[in-house]
Design a protein around this ligand. Structure first.
Ligand SMILES: [Ca+2]
Length: 176
């Protein structure tokens, strides 16, 4: 491929020097170096419903997808969190992070209404009921390496807000 590019360049720009062609090729080599990854949330927006028989809320059919940055505070107020979905809307989001040092990490979530935080499928925070915006934190010791965070959130009606932060932002930037 490089040879073809060089040949085309030479044929088109016959008077260019070899030095200039070398300059053109050099950035390609740089691109092959390991690239930093920036963690983000993959978000699956879902319809929320209340299961009266078991007295619980659950997220059902997916209505769309989007991405959130690694930390966020979305205060939708009375607006629609997703497209024209004002009420009975929720999401399930996952994010891969990399713990790079031995130190407890404090995760903080906030919600109106319900929210749950799971790490590697284990629940660490649950406020899975209707309530005004409030926050909760959990301090966790995780082994070095990759972990998967999961957030589940819903708004039943009225005001809507969701937030996530942590005190170790280095887990969001890593070489894959
Ligand atoms: Ca609400």
């Amino acid at each position: 491929m490089i040879g073809l590019v060089c040949a085309i360049l030479i044929s088109i720009l016959g008077t260019f020097t070899v030095l200039q062609i070398t300059d053109f090729v050099a950035p390609r080599a740089a691109q092959e170096a390991p690239m930093l990854a920036f963690a983000h949330w993959d978000v699956s927006w879902r319809v929320a419903r209340y299961m009266s028989g078991i007295g619980n809320y659950e997220l059902i059919a997916e209505v769309g997808t989007s991405e959130f940055p690694s930390t966020f505070d979305y205060n939708w107020g009375y607006g629609a969190p997703f497209e024209d979905q004002y009420d009975r809307i929720g999401f399930e989001a996952t994010m891969k992070v990399k713990v790079q040092r031995d130190a407890p990490i404090t995760f903080t979530v906030g919600s109106d209404d319900g929210i749950q935080l799971l790490i590697d499928d284990e629940e660490y925070i649950s406020m899975w009921y209707q309530h005004g915006y409030s926050t909760a934190s959990s301090t966790v010791s995780l082994e070095k390496g990759f972990h998967t965070l999961t957030l589940r959130w819903f708004d039943w009606y009225g005001y809507a807000r969701a937030s996530f932060s942590c005190n170790a932002p280095d887990i969001f930037i890593y070489y894959p």
